[in-house]
Design a protein around this ligand. Sequence first.
Ligand SMILES: Cc1ncc(COP(=O)(O)O)c(C=O)c1O
Length: 368
Amino acid sequence: MTITHRSQSTTSTQRDSWVEINLSALERNFLKLKDLTKTNIMAVVKADAYGHGATATAPILQSLGVHSFGVATIDEGIALRNAGIKTPILMLGATPFWSYDQCLKNDLTITLYSKDQITLLENFSKDLKSKIPVQIKIDTGMNRLGIDYKEGKEVIDSILNSSCFKLEGIFSHLSSAHDVDFSNLQKERFDSAVGAYKDIPKHIANSYAAINYPDFRYDLVRVGVAIFGQEYNFLEPIISVKGRITEIHKIYKDDYVSYNRTWQAKKDSLIATIPIGYADGVDKKLSNKLKAIYNDSLIDQVGNITMDQMMFDISDIKDGKVNDVITLIGKENEKEIAISDWAKELDTITWELICRLKIRLPRIYTRD
Ligand SMILES: Cc1ncc(COP(=O)(O)O)c(C=O)c1O
């Protein structure tokens, strides 16, 4: 493994716990997805590339020929431009009217989602020499952001007839991509609104639809979670989470570990502490449920996870030592723990948990 660079995610770099991002795996995932979908790929790198680091991952995707990037906010778009990204950037979310000039300055494409917003933009554009790059978002059932599909044609025609806008695409978003019937209904609604506009690029597919529904691919697919290797067995998770043992305690039968005494030793035990806790994005509800990999064995996390530290029972590990590395997320030889294992335990989704890991952990970028 080669460490390519380090980045400070928020506040800490001097820590013995960290996130590792394998950029070679990112490349492999992108190329596999490109090969499978055979269409343009917009890499969705919002929320700092789902916690993987947008400015570290986007240049690689750009060099591999990604079509464009999807972000949620202007700041995310500007950060990409400052990192040298030249490919188109679409702000998938809402853009505050007071920052339209920043969008133009940084060549960021605005999503149009309401008639009021279109009027605001038309007023803003009066003194402009250039047209405003936009994409129209059609709401086909998500009911979050977008022009109602029934009004789609009227709005698309008005944008095409307006001298203010450069229309770069029309898109919609699936609310329940795993549900074939509802996704088909959304696709039908989308087609009814956009079918007549042959020359305008169209897109509706997220990772799941891009992989599973070939006729949802249109002119490009918007892929987030799959590029980072989550959720699909044919792809590789690019993220690992690790911590070094800072202390090993010998405790005795019936001793407790951590706050509120939620774990009691059934026998004399060895307890290892690592410096990672819920303030780093590991949900406290995983207390006493987490497993980790240590010396090719699975070990149990014990006692309540605290803000900055957590403990493991390493009684069955031979020769455990301070400074050894424990892997919370990742693969070590035959053993693997994925974020989706945590998500199952917490009855939530991978997306939510992965974004949280950027809170305080330093990130190390590697190649294999
Ligand atoms: C509008 C939009 N498109 C695409 C995506 C990417 O979704 P996924 O990570 O499932 O590929 C998202 C993510 O939430 C999104 O909000």
